[in-house]
Design a protein around this ligand. Structure first.
Ligand code: SIN
Length: 513
């Protein structure tokens, strides 16, 4: 058994910024941060646009950011949470800057605030078009420099360990599979912090990397923690269209913020038909508009036109996007970029209060795996990195009050966890099941649903689940099958929550309601 004061599951912006905060506050505490693959391979790494926030130097106002967040979220947000996050933005962004994150400035030396859909002001801090990578690298460096943080890659959380008191549930650690040394470790911890990111891999087309399999939500669900809003999967309107591939390459919303125009197969700009804010309407509206145009067209994508923006500045602001388009043979002076909606972000997740606490004592959740009420039914662009860093700080502040009074709970030996082994024979049928699940979710549970599509998805996922159980007869798993177990729970939760919903709002759209 290993004892660590803090166990942090996930090493993106949420997990790293929390670990840095607690490490600086308690130099004698030992803090274990685990990541199931390489430490660089998080959802944060792929964030292009940036982080929204009103700073003292901004020509902006807190109440405008609040209002934009509420409008994008169809006023289904928790108003107090929105006020809190937007007000705390400046302090948390300062933390990032102090930890070395470099946000772009213009020639006058002032921050170059970008514009994105749903924002009434330029307020998105960015680092060219690879803000997430910049944040990930700088936070990792900071964490590596702190002696009391132990960063472990290739460590997969199998199950959370709870106490036995049903009236007063508490998380006291986790079983972790160290896949390099192929052994299960029992980690007992005073605080367990879930920061496992998104669920995009439950869909065939997603902007999320392979690791986004909803592990934290599935872990929390298995111990009975409160999970909410799983039907609120946000689709990004402009992922680069591709016939195949693991991850859909994102064409950042900041590109539309810089003036790009959506066009249909005939070259017509169509957003005016759907919303007065045209190409800069909130994401749910643009995603549905794009889908509608695609459905009435002969091609499976729409176009993003940046031809009028090729004055040299575009390539400077969007070097990664420009290089990707070039690699595909697109000349952005003359060619439009083919784009289509792709699963991007989960607005729901593990429910937490304004201090990041879950329904179980000792367990916090932060970032995309959590549901704070900030986003309502549709997240405003670039509010996700903000939510993660603000809630890491809130969770830290919450622990400040109680840390000294928490003790380790060591009586954990009779809990179940899956047996993990290398069993390559499972891999082929499993890969097929994963593909089938992804296809099913993209076909029946994507931007638009119907009563019938929900019922089909429900039945088919049940069948996949049965097949999976047959594959795992001896209850021995590989990492891939453990991930699949989590993906299945996520799919079931999305369907279950979608079946309950009686009203369309934000990203949730059932044509029959
Ligand atoms: C983007 O750059 O369009 C994505 C940013 C976000 O999801 O907020």
């Amino acid at each position: 058994m290993i004892k660590r004061d803090f166990l942090i599951i996930g090493a993106g912006i949420a997990g790293l910024s929390y670990s840095i905060k607690v490490a600086l506050k308690w130099p004698d505490a030992n803090i274990l941060v685990i990541s199931k693959e390489g430490l660089e391979n998080s959802n944060t790494q792929y964030a292009q646009g940036g982080i929204a926030g009103v700073l003292p130097c901004s020509n902006d106002a807190i109440n405008r950011h609040v209002e934009d967040t509420l409008i994008a979220g169809d006023h289904q947000n928790d108003q107090k949470t929105v006020n809190m996050v937007v007000t705390e933005a400046s302090e948390s962004i300062d933390d990032l800057i102090n930890w070395g994150v470099d946000f772009d400035k213009n020639i006058t030396g002032k921050y170059d605030f970008g514009l994105e859909g749903g924002h009434s002001k330029h307020r998105v801090l960015h680092h060219k078009d690879f803000t997430g990578k910049e944040i990930q690298e700088k936070l990792l460096k900071q964490a590596r420099d702190l002696k009391n943080i132990e960063l472990c890659n290739h460590h997969f959380a199998l199950e959370l360990i709870t106490n036995k008191d049903k009236e007063d549930p508490r998380v006291i650690g986790a079983y972790i599979f160290d896949s390099k040394n192929e052994k299960v470790e029992t980690v007992v911890s005073k605080i367990v912090f879930l920061a496992t990111g998104g669920i995009g891999q439950v869909y065939k087309t997603t902007t999320n990397p392979n690791v986004a399999t909803g592990d934290g939500i599935a872990l929390a669900y298995r111990i009975g923690a409160n999970i909410e809003g799983m039907e609120l999967v946000q689709f990004h309107p402009t992922a680069l269209f591709a016939e195949s591939g693991d991850r859909a390459f994102l064409i950042s919303e900041a590109v539309r913020g810089a003036g790009a125009i959506l066009r249909n197969e005939f070259g017509e700009a169509y957003m005016e038909k759907y919303d007065d804010r045209k190409d800069l309407a909130p994401r749910d509206i643009v995603a549905r508009a794009n889908l509608n145009e695609i459905q009435s067209s002969t091609i499976p994508f729409v176009y993003l036109d940046v031809t009028h923006l090729q004055d040299g500045k575009f390539e400077d602001h969007f070097p990664v996007i420009s290089a990707k388009c070039k690699e595909l043979g697109l000349d952005l002076k003359t060619d439009f970029i083919p784009v289509a909606p792709a699963a991007h972000y989960l607005c729901g997740g593990i429910s937490v209060n304004r201090r990041g606490k879950t329904s179980h004592k000792g367990m916090y959740a932060c970032g995309e795996c959590s549901s704070t009420g900030l986003h309502g039914t549709n997240r405003l662009a670039s509010n996700s990195l903000l939510e993660a860093v603000v809630y890491a700080n809130q969770s830290y502040k919450s622990v400040l009050k109680v840390y000294d009074s928490i003790d380790f709970e060591e009586n954990v030996d009779d809990f179940w966890h899956p047996v993990v082994k290398k069993n390559l024979s499972l891999d082929l049928p499993l890969a097929e099941l994963r593909k089938k699940l992804q296809w099913l979710m993209s076909s029946y549970m994507a931007v638009e649903k119907t009563n019938e599509s929900l019922i089909i998805a429900d039945k088919e996922v049940e069948l996949i689940s049965k097949k999976f159980e047959q594959l795992i007869k001896e209850k021995s798993y590989t990492i891939k099958s453990l991930e699949f177990r989590n993906l299945l729970s996520i799919a079931q939760l999305i369907i279950e929550h979608s079946l309950i919903r009686v009203k369309n709002s934000g990203v949730f759209f059932n044509k029959d309601l």
